[in-house]
Design a protein around this ligand. Structure first.
Ligand code: ADP
Ligand code: ASP
Ligand code: MG
Length: 412
């Protein structure tokens, strides 16, 4: 029988009524003749609540126990979804990650898939079950511990199942009806895209567009999964939502196709570090060892043998970064004058495959920000994106200004 993967995010399973609404969509696909693997998130807000409980109980928590608590919200929705389907006369069974088992690496809070054996679920389909409901976000480490896949990880669970089972399509049901030119909650003029290229979606996701977890896009690209984003609150057909696909399958070609933002960024500057070979390794080695995700890095021009080193990381990693730097300094790894922390910044980025062959995007971007009197603190570029750090209070304004400057409300 043909198989579909359908993933429902937190707002789509936020209460029993919404679970029923999602189950009705699943039932419709079963009636069309599909076997379905349903991936569910925790009810919206649940995972945040669990994270807060862990942090209140133990600020420097044991990673294994964090993982055990934070991944548990999905167990509830998986069971409730299976029960709801059974009440609708759809034969369904739920699975927690370890029961499949979803084998992953053992990295804390950001494990990666190793394998998903099909036997257990296929055996149930052969018995006549039509739906396997799988708790998203959860993996099983080689040591037998639960391993969450990072925030937003149920998207990645869904794509991994679609790849492992050769699903016809992987449908990601969420609270917006597709991928937009920018977050529709910030820019009213945001325009829904019928299609977006994997590369662009990958950049948008990694630059903060929450709609898909970055890793899910990577996996879909590698395993050629037909990946679609659509609304769980509207009726849908084959043409609904946004299809994430190869660049060749897209007619529309704009130089810039989207604007992304990431709210919780911090900028840290080490003033007066010695400008010598090995200094960057001495600074960023201990930060990496401490699990700090360093994003942008700039080293200033040096003067009299000294330089300043600036980097950015997520706001909630500032404490960890400060400690890693203080410990490394105490151990004599490097010396510096002062550490200046600005944890009130946001990152705004423009993305587009067309940038590969078009000049002038940076100038248009900087002009648009200048018109709004927004000061740029850090700039980084890559082949298909330009990112800037700015004061957080200007983030929405910057997103709207850039959306206007590149006329993203108009189709190509
Ligand atoms: P779910 O709980 O279903 O996984 P998420 O909250 O993780 O949903 O992702 C959906 C949200 O992503 C939307 O509500 C929207 O605010 C946000 N978002 C950010 N950028 C975009 C974009 N370019 N297109 C669509 N949604 C976006
Ligand atoms: N519940 C997890 C989170 O909030 C995973 C997910 O929803 O994708 O990050
Ligand atoms: Mg999500």
């Amino acid at each position: 029988m043909p198989l579909l993967v359908m993933k429902f995010g937190g707002t789509s399973v936020a209460d029993l009524g919404r679970i029923r609404n999602a189950a009705e969509k699943v039932k419709r696909e079963v009636e069309r003749g599909y076997d379905v693997i349903v991936i569910v998130s925790a009810m919206s807000g649940k995972t945040n609540e669990l994270v807060a409980w862990v942090e209140q109980t133990s600020p420097l928590y044991d990673a294994r126990e964090y993982d055990a608590v934070v991944s548990s919200g999905e167990n509830v929705t998986a069971g409730l979804m299976a029960l709801t389907l059974q009440e609708m006369d759809v034969p369904a069974r739920s699975w927690q990650g370890w029961q499949v088992p979803i084998n992953t690496t053992s990295a804390h809070a950001s494990a990666r898939f190793v394998s998903i054996p099909r036997d257990n679920i296929e055996a149930k389909f052969r018995e006549g079950f039509r739906v396997a409901v799988v708790a998203g976000f959860q993996g099983l480490s080689p040591e037998g511990r639960i391993t969450p896949l990072g925030r937003g990880g149920s998207d990645t669970t869904a794509v991994a199942f679609a790849a492992a089972f050769g699903a016809e399509r992987c449908d990601i049901y969420t609270d917006v009806d597709g991928v937009y030119t920018t977050d529709p909650r910030i820019a009213k003029k945001a325009r829904k895209l019928d299609r977006i290229a994997f590369e662009e979606m990958l950049e948008l996701a990694s630059l903060g567009a929450k709609v898909l977890q970055t890793r899910s896009v990577e996996l879909a690209m590698r395993y050629k999964v037909r990946l679609r984003v659509l609304s769980s609150f509207e009726d849908s057909d084959e043409n609904s939502g946004t299809l994430v696909c190869d660049e060749e399958d897209i007619m529309e070609s704009k130089v810039v196709s989207g604007v992304a933002h990431s709210r919780d960024e911090a900028k840290m500057t080490l003033l007066k570090v010695a400008d010598r070979p090995g200094i960057a390794a001495a600074i960023f080695g201990p930060l990496a060892d401490a699990g700090v995700n360093v994003d942008m890095i700039i080293q200033n021009i040096s003067e009299a043998g000294f330089t300043d080193m600036t980097f950015s990381c997520p706001t909630n990693q500032v404490k960890r970064a400060e400690k890693a730097i203080a410990d490394a300094r105490a151990a004599g790894a490097f010396a510096f004058g002062e550490l200046v922390v600005d944890d009130d910044v946001a990152k705004v980025s423009v993305v587009g495959i067309g940038m590969r062959s078009h000049a002038g995007v940076a100038a248009t971007m900087f002009r648009a920000l200048a018109r709004e009197n927004i000061n740029i603190k850090v700039i980084t570029t890559s082949e298909i994106k330009i990112s800037v750090l700015i004061d957080r209070k200007y983030m929405e304004l910057a997103v709207q200004a850039l959306h206007d400057a590149f006329e993203l409300d108009k189709a190509a």
